[in-house]
Write a protein of this length. Structure first.
Length: 403
């Protein structure tokens, strides 16, 4: 092969990887839009059905409970059938369950649909997307590529409230769910087109299974699992309850709360893309101290936001908190791409993800109980965020990372 053929081959591979990354990114946007929409929709749903704070916490936690139960089995299945099928099926099922959710009329129905959405639609996507990065990107580019994918949370956090809140206000939460369901199906079709069926020879997926006992014997898996549990208790708990906090305690309407949510999402987007690039390029091997420092700063900012009266200052502080915490999260979730390889990667990532999802299960329930205990005030919830962030910073100190 001459130099021109080699150059064309590299160019084609780079272009294909770009489309693949964009398709995975869109899938992640749908993942986060689904998580965001329920927090907004629960405001009119609570008025329509008289849902209490604990009822709302139960609906949100049901999703994460299903997610948690199936994440490790989905990771094992990934090694057997490959990531492409799981990626397409996940986003298609998001559309399916969002469509059915719009027909609900009882607490039990809402809980069951959200449980199934977490278990079937969401549980396999993160490890499958990361597996594609592992197969197609060199190690020095994986943090940035993972950052691009997880930047979808910032994109969803920015455009989601701007689009979802007015949509729910103008057409109702039921119709809004069905519209978003149609978008999810379109994204699933795009993923099916852009994720290649056949891997290059240098990046063939292994179908060999590794026992979970071998995976769980690595202490690094458990350090990252508990760290993920703590940081996601903070992130998912805050994201799930932010619309209620802004509307009930701060007195905003649904659209105003959506705008504040959107602006803070923009901060997260900048942190996700810019932070992942800078850390991947200049701070390789120093991820532990980045996580420790940025998590503490973000947590203290978030806690201080409770005591702020100005809406402008509140938006800025919440935005900065999002900026530091999203960098913390992305840096943490890029570590498995550097620490684990081969058949060890997917079950290790799924285990760590399960810890994170457990945080998503516990946080809404705990916050719902704290709201009841504090007679609807969010002070107890913000102390919960403070504790979760402090635990994240402490736990991550126990991992060893080679430069």
């Amino acid at each position: 092969m001459n130099w021109m053929e080699e150059t064309n081959k590299v160019s084609t591979t780079s272009k294909n990887n770009g489309w693949m990354l964009f398709a995975l990114f869109l899938g992640y946007v749908m993942i986060y839009i689904d998580k965001l929409t329920i927090g907004v929709a629960l405001v009119p749903m609570a008025q329509e059905y008289g849902l209490s704070a604990e009822n709302k916490g139960l609906i949100m936690s049901a999703f994460f409970l299903g997610y948690m139960f199936l994440q490790i089995p989905a990771g094992i299945l990934n090694n057997k059938i490959g990531s492409r099928i799981i990626l397409i099926g996940s986003i298609a099922c998001i559309g399916l369950f969002m469509f059915f959710f719009g027909f609900g009329s009882s607490l039990l129905y809402f809980v069951v649909i959200r449980f199934l959405s977490g278990a079937i639609a969401h549980s396999g996507y993160p490890s499958s997307a990361s597996k594609e990065l592992l197969l197609n990107y060199p190690v020095e580019k994986r943090t940035f590529a993972q950052g691009i994918l997880l930047a979808s949370s910032g994109v969803a956090g920015f455009i989601g409230p701007i689009l979802v809140s007015p949509l729910i206000k103008n057409v109702g939460w039921r119709t809004a769910y069905q519209v978003i369901a149609a978008v999810a199906i379109a994204v699933a079709v795009f993923i099916a087109i852009k994720i290649p069926k056949n891997k290059p020879a240098a990046a063939v997926e292994t179908k060999k299974s590794m026992s979970m006992r071998e995976v769980w014997s690595d202490y690094r898996v458990w350090v990252l699992t508990f760290a993920a549990l703590a940081i996601n208790s903070l992130l998912y708990g805050f994201t799930s309850w932010l619309p209620t906090y802004l509307i009930v305690e701060k007195g905003l309407d649904l659209v105003q709360a959506g705008y504040i949510n959107s602006i803070t999402g923009l901060f997260a987007l900048v942190g996700a893309i810019g932070g992942s690039y800078v850390i991947g390029k200049y701070f390789a091997g120093k991820e532990k101290m980045i996580i420790f420092t940025f998590c503490l700063i973000g947590t203290l900012l978030m806690f201080s936001a409770y005591f702020v009266g100005s809406f402008v200052l509140l938006t800025i502080i919440l935005g900065l908190a999002n900026f530091f915490l999203i960098i913390t999260f992305i840096t943490m979730m890029s570590l498995p791409l550097k620490l684990f390889a081969g058949e060890r990667f997917t079950p290790s990532y799924a285990t760590i993800g399960t810890g994170g999802v457990l945080g998503g299960v516990l946080a809404p329930i705990i916050i719902g109980k704290l709201l009841t205990l504090f007679n609807g005030a969010f002070l107890g919830a913000f102390f919960f965020f403070l504790i979760a962030g402090a635990l994240t910073s402490i736990i991550i100190l126990f991992i060893k990372i080679k430069k």
